[in-house]
Write a protein that binds this ligand. Structure first.
Ligand SMILES: [Zn+2]
Length: 51
């Protein structure tokens, strides 16, 4: 997944890890809703090869 605003790519593997951590520590489910945990911009799905 890619955030166009942060210009940051988050790998799928890392995304799940981050999702768990955000839920646990900050009670945020941004990632589950497909949004960037930093700026809340909808994340863009990249090609499978790039994940
Ligand atoms: Zn962002």
């Amino acid at each position: 997944m890619y955030c166009p605003r942060c210009e940051r790519t988050i790998k799928k593997e890392k995304l799940e890890e981050l999702d768990q951590e955000l839920k646990r520590r900050f009670d945020r489910d941004s990632i589950e809703r497909g949004k960037c945990p930093v700026c809340d911009t909808p994340l863009i799905q990249l090609n499978k090869e790039e994940l």
